[in-house]
Design a binder for this molecule. Structure first.
Ligand code: WTA
Length: 652
């Protein structure tokens, strides 16, 4: 594991931003009592949150069973997620409250109340039952950001079926792999979704995926979103609107064990094969409800909350669907891209719905910076009172821009560090309490214990180290689907008794945490995790490629950009066409988000004497940096040759 941080100069930052006295006075949390309570008795703290924020069909008698690294939270408790997200709000007389203001990219709108959602969820749960799905089964979901997506997820939770949402940007191969690994019996999709003003096909990818494998999939349910032509396979494929037309809306929520599998979400690690991260019911719901409420200072009666992520990623699972709905909030859901029809689309939405909390990613903020302040200035953003960021370290310039131009220099910024594996926020300011510093995620939340360690696993109290979590937390992953050993090995073996997150961080003299990025072979491109190994496998899958190395190079907008170096098999000529073909091949294999920004065709790759590719050098070349020490290289000349090639090769 390479230990160099990718972003070095962060914590020279010494500006501080305390919440305003007015904000603090009105905030849900304005002192350290939650921290103190959690520190005094972690289990009692989470038990109180679980009982306060979640409704249980059967109360739990144990809080945590910990058999390192396997945790069970609230094990003998029973609850239903869709009941917590929907029925209980309706039963309490809040059925007419808006759950989502949904807006499609072309501008079509739909307002869904909690009652509306509940009816649709019950009906779709009956559809699933009708298609033979039973508690314990898995279904895959490959959909655009339309209301049917949360409806499908919640319907699964109602009957104990685990969903596996596959991001709409993934390729047919990725769908096949994920469906096969999860043994999904059914896929829910749409004909297409709107992206940048035009329909982007989804069903066609599902068809291709099912042609090449995933024989476990028996049925496909298709939402007609864009009215595009699709091929429907008789007996296998069903239109959502047709199958829903006859569905009964009588479907009681079934109480589930707290540790019932809620969902799988595949994420990249250091190996070529994405891992199915497992999240279960009671602990997950508790922590996402807790963090959604306190990180964003949510006041469900007043606030209009908007998480502008995609539900295909964990941020959307926890903070568009499960956290906000458990808390009975009103949220905005938007289908498309932020530059359609204009570069002020987000700000237009904020103004029209009077959004109070906005949650987005540093890569988006840097893009908005590039587009210019005139875009947000066209709109009244004064409703915004808390701003969130997630997905990668936020550079202080982007933080300041967000603060000044979006937050009117007053809205607290919560920089939330967490992962697919952690399920919910782990390190973040609390907006009414924490004095923030631009670029720091500040402190672990109440109930979470983070610590930096050095190479030997000894705690670091100041300076750089590896970020570890020292105690189990309710929304932690319960394992990797089908591979308990890999779970132990990946997360719990680097430092004894500690969860190792894969991130480097620094602690400053005031105890603030500054995340520095991944220290493993995982790249972070526009806030998306992509494994170098996965892209390398896709490159060598091309018949002309003999060997490949991939690195993430610093990029002003996307955080990191994927750069591939490939050696061609004999008989292939290094042409511009071939270079582009190889680059596109990754797109076909993995999806457009994994397509390298540039691919270089080289004669050789720099390797250590033991034959390991020196990715650090390749990254330095890609970033145009000085090469530093190359004495461990088997053939130092290789680097020079690569650098010359890189200087002349065109990027697009
Ligand atoms: C990175 C996204 C710095 C980190 C929720 C982590 C961050 C990976 C932050 C998880 C942040 C996420 N500051 N880095 N606020 N948030 N990361 O699984 O490297 O898609 O390990 O989950 O994103 O990415 P994932």
């Amino acid at each position: 594991m390479a230990s160099e941080p990718t972003i070095e100069d962060y914590y020279i930052e010494d500006r501080t931003f305390p919440p305003s006295p007015e904000f603090t006075a009105a905030a849900l949390v304005n002192d350290r009592s939650l921290y103190d309570e959690a520190e005094a008795d972690l289990e009692a703290f989470w038990a109180r949150q679980a009982r306060e924020l979640v409704t249980w069909d059967q109360d739990f008698s144990t809080v945590l069973e910990w058999d390192l690294p396997f945790a069970k939270w609230f094990a003998d408790g029973k609850l239903n997620v869709s009941y917590n997200c929907l029925d209980r709000h309706v039963e309490a007389g809040r059925g007419d409250k808006v759950a989502y203001y949904w807006e499609g990219e072309p501008g079509d709108k739909l307002t869904l109340t909690y009652s509306d959602l509940l009816t649709e969820v019950k009906k779709f749960a009956n559809v699933l039952k009708g298609l033979g799905l039973e508690k314990g089964d898995r279904v895959a979901i490959y959909m655009p950001m339309i209301p049917e997506l949360p409806i499908a997820m919640l319907a699964c939770t109602r009957i104990g079926v685990a969903h596996s949402v596959i991001f709409g940007g993934f390729s047919p191969d990725a769908i096949t792999d994920r469906c096969e690994d999860a043994e999904a019996k059914l896929i829910i999709t749409a004909d297409a979704g709107y992206r940048r003003g035009a329909p982007s096909g989804l069903k066609v990818n599902v068809d291709a995926a099912l042609e090449s494998g995933a024989t476990c999939v028996e049925h496909v349910v298709v939402v007609n979103r864009c009215d595009t032509d699709v091929t429907m396979t008789s007996g296998r494929d069903h239109w959502w609107h047709e199958i829903m037309a006859d569905a009964s809306d009588d479907c009681p929520a079934e109480p589930m064990d707290a540790e019932q599998l809620l969902y799988l979400l595949y994420t990249s690690g250091t190996t070529a094969k994405p891992k199915g991260i497992m999240h279960t019911t009671g602990g997950y719901l508790t922590q996402v409800a807790f963090t959604h409420k306190y990180t964003f200072d949510m006041k469900p009666d007043e606030d209009i909350y908007w998480c502008a992520a995609d539900i295909g990623w964990v941020t959307g699972h926890s903070y568009i669907v499960y956290g906000p709905l458990t808390n009975g909030c009103t949220g905005v859901m938007y289908e498309g891209t932020p530059d359609t029809p204009g570069q002020d689309r987000l700000w237009d939405i904020v103004e029209r719905y009077r959004v109070t909390q906005l949650y987005t990613a540093p890569t988006a903020i840097r893009t908005f910076m590039k587009w210019g302040v005139q875009e947000p200035q066209k709109h009244d953003l004064s409703s915004l009172r808390v701003l969130g960021t997630v997905g990668e370290p936020i550079n202080p310039e982007a933080w300041m821009w967000y603060h000044e131009h979006i937050g009117g220099s007053s809205a607290p910024i919560v920089d939330t560090w967490w992962q697919t594996e952690t399920g919910g926020h782990m390190i973040t300011p609390l907006p009414g309490v924490t004095t923030t510093k631009p670029g720091s995620a500040c402190f672990a939340i109440p109930g979470v214990t983070a610590e930096l360690v050095d190479d030997n696993g000894d705690p670091v109290t100041k300076g750089g180290g590896y970020l570890t979590i020292t105690k189990p937390w309710p929304s932690m992953l319960r394992g990797i689907w089908g591979d308990p050993e890999r779970y132990r090995e990946t997360y719990w073996s680097a430092y004894e008794g500690r969860y190792f997150a894969g991130d480097g961080a620094k602690l400053d003299e005031d105890g603030y945490l500054w995340l520095l990025g991944r220290v493993d072979d995982v790249m972070n491109v526009s806030g998306h995790r992509i494994s170098t190994t996965e892209v390398e496998s896709a490159l060598v899958d091309h018949p002309a490629v003999a060997e490949a190395a991939v690195v993430g190079a610093a990029d002003d907008t996307t955080g990191q950009a994927i750069i591939g170096y490939t050696i061609l098999r004999g008989g292939n000529e290094a042409t511009e066409e071939l270079r582009e073909e190889v680059r596109q091949h990754v797109s076909t294999k993995l999806g457009a988000i994994a397509r390298p920004k540039a691919v270089f065709l080289v004669d050789d790759l720099p390797k250590t004497r033991s034959g390991k590719i020196m990715r650090r050098l390749l990254r330095d070349v890609a970033e145009g940096r000085d090469l530093g020490d190359t004495t461990t290289l088997a053939d130092a000349g290789v680097v020079e040759a690569i650098r010359e090639g890189a200087d002349t090769a065109e990027e697009d």
